[in-house]
Structures are given as C-alpha cells and as structure tokens.
Ligand binder design. Structure first.
Ligand SMILES: Cc1cc2nc3c(=O)[nH]c(=O)nc-3n(C[C@H](O)[C@H](O)[C@H](O)COP(=O)(O)O)c2cc1C
Length: 220
C-alpha cells in the first residue's frame, strides 16, 4: 500500500467508487414514466439516509412515502403554485425560470416527503446557539439517500418549491414538525454530466479555489 494512504483507507477501487458517485450525482427532474423502485432497493436507500450523522444524535428526519395518487397530485399542485409565485418574485427572469423543468413529481416512481420532526426544542446539545443544526442533519440524510440512489442507478430530485405550512397540513403533521424536501426518486432516461441549471443556461457553478481560504475571510 502507498505509504501516504492511511491503514484504515478503503481499497483504491472502493475509494474511486466513492468519489465517482459524488461527482456523478445529479439533481434529476426527468424520470421514466410508469417505472418502479424495488422494495428492497427503497429499503436500502432509506437505511442509507438513516445512517446519516445528526446533531446530538437527535435523528430529526422523518420520511413520508407518498403512495396515494390523489395526494401526489395535491403535492404537485402545491409545487406548481409556488413555481408561479417564484417566477413572479424573480421579476425580469420570470419567463426564463418558467421555461425550466424544476420537478418530476408526476413522473417519478417514488415520491418521498422529508420532514423535520416535532418536539425539537428538547434537543439542546449542539443546537443552543445554532438551532438550525437539525436542518443540517436532515440534509445529511438526504445527501446519503441521493448518493446511494445514484449508485443504484436511480435518479433523485430535491424539490423545495412549496409552502411548508400547506404541505404540513396536507400530510397531517404536528404543528412543530416541518417539511423540508419533496424527493422525486426513480429510474431516469439518462444522467447529465453537468447540473441541469448549467445546461439550461440558468447559472454557472464556480470552481473550488473561489471557496477555500486560509486564516481569514478573503474577499474576491
Ligand atoms: C436544498 C436544495 C433544494 C433544491 N430545490 C430544488 C427545487 O425545488 N427544484 C429544482 O429543480 N432543483 C432543486 N435543487 C437542485 C439544485 O438546483 C441542484 O442541486 C444544483 O443546480 C446543482 O445541480 P446538481 O445537483 O445536478 O449537481 C435543490 C437542491 C438543494 C440542495
């Protein structure tokens, strides 16, 4: 083994697979209509999500699998309403935004809503000054699911265009729980090599050196 590689490191091929899935994960909005995710694959993905780190080990994530078609349509309607509101808020980029595909709720094989749990105020460890660490923890779980899905050959799209209170009401959540993501999951026709927002000309990702500084905040 290379002297510079830790004795605890995975094999070169395993490490390569980890970096590969990280770089080839994409946010997906186009799915193969009428496709399915096998129960055992979905179970693996949810276990991957549930293996995420969480502040004070609070495990604040809750996953609601949407299997009722009428409910799926209601969620789609909520998202579409917020899409219109977002376009309005964008002013002169409204038309450009409306031309983007920003969700695949009606086509995807599986629809999951991820929520922050109720009664979070009892969790103080790591959250006294930074209560939003619950959301950070849920994000870790979603990223685990996203990466595991890509490794299984499945696409996932994170949709955050919705009014959280209305989605919470639709899913009968307690008043102190909060939905944070609608996840579209399933087989996809292809995985693009670059973010869809880049391919659609909406935004351009900036390179790493612009984000890494030493000893102080460095202005560009
Ligand atoms: C917290 C979060 C919320 C997002 N919400 C949406 C969304 O509502 N609609 C959408 O099309 N993409 C959404 N995305 C996907 C981003 O647009 C996407 O991650 C980004 O453009 C980079 O592309 P990539 O994920 O393919 O690398 C979201 C991503 C994150 C992390």
């Amino acid at each position: 083994m290379d002297d510079l590689v830790s004795a605890f490191a995975y094999t070169a091929a395993e490490r390569q697979a980890v970096y590969r899935v990280i770089s080839e994960r994409r946010d997906m909005r186009r799915f193969v209509p009428g496709s399915v995710v096998a129960d055992e694959v979905l179970a693996r993905l949810l276990h991957a999500a549930h293996a995420a780190p969480s502040v004070g080990l609070m495990q604040p994530w809750r996953f609601i699998r949407i299997t009722d078609d009428a409910l799926r349509k209601d969620i789609h309607a909520l998202v579409d309403e917020e899409r219109t509101q977002t376009a309005h808020a964008l002013g002169d980029r409204a038309e450009e935004f409306l031309a983007l595909k920003v969700e695949g709720i009606l086509e995807c094989a599986e629809l999951l809503v991820v929520a922050l749990c109720d009664n979070r105020d009892v969790h103080i460890f790591g959250r006294r000054t930074l209560p939003q660490m619950d959301l950070a923890s849920v994000s870790c779980a979603i990223q685990n699911l996203w990466l595991a899905a890509r490794s299984e050959g499945l696409g996932m799209g994170w949709v955050s265009l919705f009014d959280p209170q209305r989605l919470a009401a639709l899913l009968q959540m307690p008043s102190d729980a909060q939905p944070v993501a609608v996840l579209c999951l399933g087989p996809v026709p292809e995985f693009p090599q670059r973010p869809a927002l880049e391919l659609d000309g909406w935004a351009v990702a900036r390179p790493l050196p612009e984000f890494v500084w030493e000893n102080r905040w460095a202005r560009a």
